[in-house]
Design a protein around this ligand. Structure first.
Ligand SMILES: Cc1cc2nc3c(=O)[nH]c(=O)nc-3n(C[C@H](O)[C@H](O)[C@H](O)COP(=O)(O)OP(=O)(O)OC[C@H]3O[C@@H](n4cnc5c(N)ncnc54)[C@H](O)[C@@H]3O)c2cc1C
Length: 502
């Protein structure tokens, strides 16, 4: 193949992945790239995916989107974290909140080490009392970061809940305005170069052949190009994350409008609750070995906060990732690249992250296998370490049901085992390389799941008993006071970014 710039990019699929990719690349490359996106209304999209993590703000900012407009357009709400309800045992709950734990770290020792000492001595409340987003979330309050020096209000990390279908439609407007050409149609065949095995064109049901130099497979679970055509292969992770089905149903909104996602453990899986402006998104993720589809639907419908607005919709999935995300001249993004249950709202982030890496590794003709390998290595690393983080939620449970007993005794990845052991014996945890989840995330989930370190950092002892008590109590009180300044989440939305039909 010759060298030179790639000019023709073809995206197959117009779900969240397809339109995020089209919007980002058209914005960044301008007229240098001719982008065609093919989607089929008849096939439709997966139709779920409503909770995100704070990194999405960076993606939206790159596109130049106005945050209030984006929220209005997508019936969005703000998200400060995820509450895990019943994951350790029935009746227990904790929050994995975005942002820092405590106040400023003292010297090199993170605040949570002081908390560990106080907690073990029975002199501190739950860790969430010392995490600002958690304190604010439980008061149903929200305010964007404000420039108030030395205040927790100056660093509020937020993400969103939104209607992913509306988000895709919103991005489509931006992408089309940037010159992306959308084609309605079904891909019925794929033409390969007989020598290289590279994709030359996709054939539509209209008979048209759409050529491309680079193909982005955003066709969802089916992986039309990456799997059905290129037979890339899949790493199946059900031995670590045994849930394989979901049932999704929206219900009517109820007050208050909570600024957090809720994940509630159930008999053989867990239920999500995602509050949007106009409805609540709900779903049950479950393991089909332990509960039937009918039982799952009944369980979900029996646990809604408002009136169901539709029939429960079943979805099936195999947790895992493609053996290669980039194979020849095809890159899989979104569900076509792999899937992990939405326990930590990672899928839309993986789309964003893959787009970022695609830009970093954007190829020229003559595709370099070294670059392709490095791209695959980096995406794989992020998938694998995020998988470990999800497994942690299941592993450390004290629930009685057979499904949960199985999770407790599962063989777990060695990397995760090491992380847990290090934390258990010393309270230490470190973010490695490009891992998505940082120390505060690991600490909150480990402690929430009952993994309490046996020791705190020795430097904690340089502060006297009384001083430690005053410092830890002082942080808790400061966070409470700062949260009181924030308006109610619903009031903040009403003032800044309410959708036309609320
Ligand atoms: C139960 C569940 C809950 C989830 N919750 C969350 C969440 O809370 N947060 C989060 O970040 N993510 C979540 N996700 C993941 C999220 O939904 C997806 O990552 C996101 O919607 C991207 O989907 P997609 O665009 O890859 O695929 P899809 O939405 O399936 O889109 C596929 C596209 O390909 C097109 N297509 C397919 N075949 C053809 C063909 N032959 N010809 C032409 N076009 C074709 C379709 O028409 C469609 O446009 C969840 C997923 C599931 C299953």
């Amino acid at each position: 193949m010759s060298t030179g710039f790639i000019r023709k990019l073809t995206i197959v699929g117009g779900g969240t992945a397809g339109w995020m990719t089209a919007a980002a690349l058209s914005k960044l490359f301008g007229t240098q790239l001719h982008i065609r996106l093919i989607e089929s209304e008849e096939i439709g999209t997966v139709g779920v995916g409503e909770a995100t993590i704070p990194q999405i703000r960076l993606f939206n900012a790159t596109l130049g989107l106005d945050e209030n407009e984006f929220i209005r357009e997508t019936q969005g709400s703000f998200k400060l974290g995820i509450e895990f309800n019943g994951w350790l045992r029935e009746g227990q709950a904790y929050m994995h909140a975005f942002g820092a734990i405590g106040g400023r770290d003292l010297g090199l020792v993170p605040f949570y080490h002081y908390w560990i000492k106080q907690h073990r001595a029975g002199r501190a409340g739950p860790l969430g009392d010392y995490v600002f987003n958690s304190v604010a979330a439980y008061q149903n309050r929200f305010l964007r970061s404000a420039s108030i020096p030395n205040s927790p209000l100056s660093n509020v990390q937020h993400a969103f809940h939104f209607d992913a279908g509306l988000y895709a439609r919103y991005l489509r407007r931006h992408a089309e305005a940037n010159g992306v050409q959308r084609t309605e149609g079904k891909v019925v065949d794929v033409g390969l170069d007989p020598e290289s095995g590279y994709i030359r064109h996709v054939q539509l049901d209209s008979g048209e052949q759409v050529e491309g130099e680079l193909f982005i497979d955003c066709s969802g679970f089916r992986g039309l190009l990456i799997e059905q055509t290129l037979k890339t292969g899949y790493h199946d992770w059900r031995q670590y994350l045994p849930c394989d089905r979901a049932m999704a149903v929206p219900c009517a909104s109820v007050a208050p409008l909570t600024p957090y996602t809720r994940a509630t453990a159930r008999t053989a899986g867990w239920q999500w609750r995602i509050p949007l402006q106009h409805r609540i998104g709900n779903g049950l993720v479950y393991c089909s070995e332990f509960i039937s589809d009918d039982e799952a639907a009944a369980l979900l419908l029996a646990n809604l906060d408002g009136k169901a607005l539709a029939e429960p919709r079943p979805l099936r999935f195999v947790t895992g990732m493609r053996k290669q995300f980039w194979n020849r001249n095809c890159i899989a993004i979104g569900l076509a690249s792999g899937f992990m249950e939405p326990l930590e709202s990672t899928s839309i982030h993986f789309i964003q992250s893959s787009i970022g890496k695609l830009v970093a590794f954007f190829p020229q003709h003559g595709f370099s296998q070294t670059e392709i390998d490095e791209y695959n290595r980096q995406v794989q690393f992020e998938f694998i370490r995020s998988r470990d983080f999800l497994v942690l939620h299941y592993l450390a449970n004290q629930r009685e049901e057979p499904f949960w007993q199985r999770c407790r005794t599962m063989q777990i990845p060695e990397t995760l085992q090491q992380k847990i052991e290090l934390f258990r014996c010393s309270g230490r945890v470190f973010k490695e390389h490009e891992e998505l989840f940082t120390e505060p995330s690991w600490v909150q989930v480990m402690i929430g799941q009952g993994i309490i370190p046996e020791r705190h950092h020795p430097m904690v002892e340089t502060l006297g008993e009384e001083e430690t008590r005053r410092m830890v109590d002082g942080v808790g009180a400061l966070l409470q006071r700062a949260a009181q300044v924030m308006p109610e989440h619903a009031e903040y939305i009403a003032k800044t970014c309410a959708s036309a039909v609320g």
